[in-house]
Design a protein around this ligand. Structure first.
Ligand code: FAD
Length: 325
C-alpha cells in the first residue's frame, strides 16, 4: 500500500451511511489510506460503519459563524473539504455524483488547481502512481480513461460503480475536529428552504441498483412500468416529457436525476441525448420500444421491439415465476 491518503466526503453521517458512501470507501481502500470527512456530527452507527470499512480518522468539520442550514451551500462544502485536505494531507478526494457533490468537487478543484473527473465509474492507479479515472461520456459512444497529473485529484463516483465490502481488518475510528470559518463569498447565497422528501417503499432513484423508466410511449399509463419495477424491486423514473405530461413525478436525464444502476430498463423512451446524459453509465441497458429505429437501442445491451403494454407484463410475470413469487 502506498502512503497516499484518500479523503471521502460522507453524507448522512448523523444517521447511517448509505450504499453510495460505503461504495466510495471500498473504492478508496484500493487507492490508499482512507480518511473520511463530514459536515454533521457522526452517529455511533456511522462510526461503526467507518471502522468496519477501515477508516482510521474521521475529519469532523465544525463550521463557525453561519446558520446550520448554510452547511449545505456548495461553496461552504468546498471550503470545508479544502480544510480537511490540509488537515489530512490527502492527495485524492472522493465524493458521490449528486449534482450538489459535483458542484462542490468543481469548486474545490478550481480553488486548489486540482484535476477533476466527475462521474468516474472506475478509479485505478497507473504504473506511474497516478490516479486514473474511467468513464463513458458522449451518450455512451466513448470509453475514456483520464490520468490526473496534479498533486491533488478530485473525483465524483456514481452509485453502483462498485460493490461495497468491509475491510479485511476493522479499525477504531478517531474523530478529529476541523474548525472552519466560511468566507463571506462562500455564504453570499442564502438557503431559504430545504425539503427532504420522505422515502417511499421503493429504492431512491439516484442510488438504486435497478431502475425502470417510462416515457411518452406509455401514453400516460405507468401501470406496466410500476408492475415491472415491483417485480424487480426497482426504482421508477420517467422521461422529462412524461413528467411534463403529469404522468410521473421524477425524470432521469441531463437536467433530471442522474442514475447509474446495474440494470436500467427504458420503456417507451426514444433515447434523446438529454435523457441519455443521465443514464448512459448504467451497466446493463434494456430498451423496450415499438420503433426498431429508436435511438435508445444504439446504446442498449438488449433491445426489445414491441408494445410496452404487452412486453412489460410478460417480463414481470416471468421474473415473478423465476423467483417463485
Ligand atoms: C434543455 C432540455 C433539457 C432536457 N432534459 C431532459 C432530461 O433531463 N431528461 C429527459 O428525459 N428529457 C429531457 N429533455 C427532453 C428530451 O429532449 C426529449 O424530448 C424527451 O426525453 C423525450 O421523451 P420520450 O422519450 O418519453 O418521448 P418521445 O421522444 O416522444 O419518445 C417516445 C417513444 O415511445 C415509443 N413508443 C410509442 N408507443 C409505444 C409503445 N406502445 N410501446 C413501446 N414504445 C412506444 C416511440 O417509438 C418513441 O421512441 C430535455 C430537453 C431540453 C430542451
Amino acid at each position: 500500500m502506498t502512503d497516499r491518503t484518500v479523503l471521502v466526503l460522507i453524507d448522512h453521517a448523523a444517521t447511517a451511511l448509505r450504499s453510495p458512501a460505503l461504495e466510495l470507501l471500498t473504492v478508496a481502500r484500493t487507492l490508499g489510506e482512507v480518511e473520511a470527512v463530514t459536515l454533521e456530527p457522526a452517529s455511533d452507527t456511522t462510526l461503526g460503519q467507518l471502522g468496519a470499512h477501515g477508516v482510521g480518522t474521521l475529519r469532523q468539520v465544525e463550521l463557525d459563524g453561519i446558520d446550520a442550514d448554510q452547511q449545505f451551500l456548495t461553496p461552504v462544502v468546498a471550503e470545508a473539504l479544502g480544510a480537511a485536505v490540509d488537515a489530512s494531507g490527502a492527495s485524492v478526494v472522493l465524493l458521490t455524483s449528486s449534482f450538489a457533490a459535483k458542484e462542490s468537487a468543481a469548486r474545490l478543484a478550481f480553488a486548489r488547481g486540482a484535476g477533476l473527473v466527475t462521474d468516474a465509474t472506475a478509479v485505478t492507479v497507473s504504473d506511474a502512481g497516478r490516479v486514473v479515472a474511467s468513464k463513458r461520456p458522449f451518450a455512451g459512444t466513448w470509453d475514456t480513461a483520464c490520468e490526473i497529473t496534479t498533486d491533488l485529484a478530485v473525483l465524483t463516483v456514481p452509485a453502483n460503480s462498485a460493490v461495497a465490502a468491509e475491510a479485511a481488518q476493522p479499525v477504531a475510528t478517531a474523530v478529529e475536529a476541523v474548525a472552519v470559518t466560511p468566507t463571506a463569498s462562500a455564504t453570499r447565497a442564502r438557503l431559504v428552504s430545504r425539503t427532504v422528501h420522505p422515502a417511499g417503499d421503493r429504492p431512491d432513484l439516484a442510488e438504486a441498483a435497478v431502475v425502470v423508466t417510462g416515457g411518452r410511449g406509455t401514453d400516460g399509463d405507468f401501470g406496466p412500468v410500476l408492475d415491472l419495477a415491483d417485480a424487480l424491486g426497482a426504482a421508477v423514473g420517467a422521461s422529462r416529457d412524461a413528467v411534463y405530461e403529469g404522468w410521473f413525478d421524477e425524470f432521469v436525464g441531463q437536467t433530471g436525476v442522474t442514475v447509474s444502476p446495474r440494470l436500467y430498463v427504458g420503456a417507451g423512451i426514444s433515447g434523446a441525448p438529454h435523457h441519455r446524459g443521465g443514464m448512459q453509465s448504467s451497466q446493463v441497458i434494456v430498451a423496450v420500444n415499438n420503433d426498431p429505429e429508436c435511438p435508445l437501442f444504439e446504446i442498449s445491451d438488449f433491445a426489445v421491439v414491441g408494445d410496452l403494454a404487452e412486453v412489460l407484463p410478460q417480463a414481470a410475470a416471468a421474473i415473478r415465476a423465476h423467483r417463485g413469487a
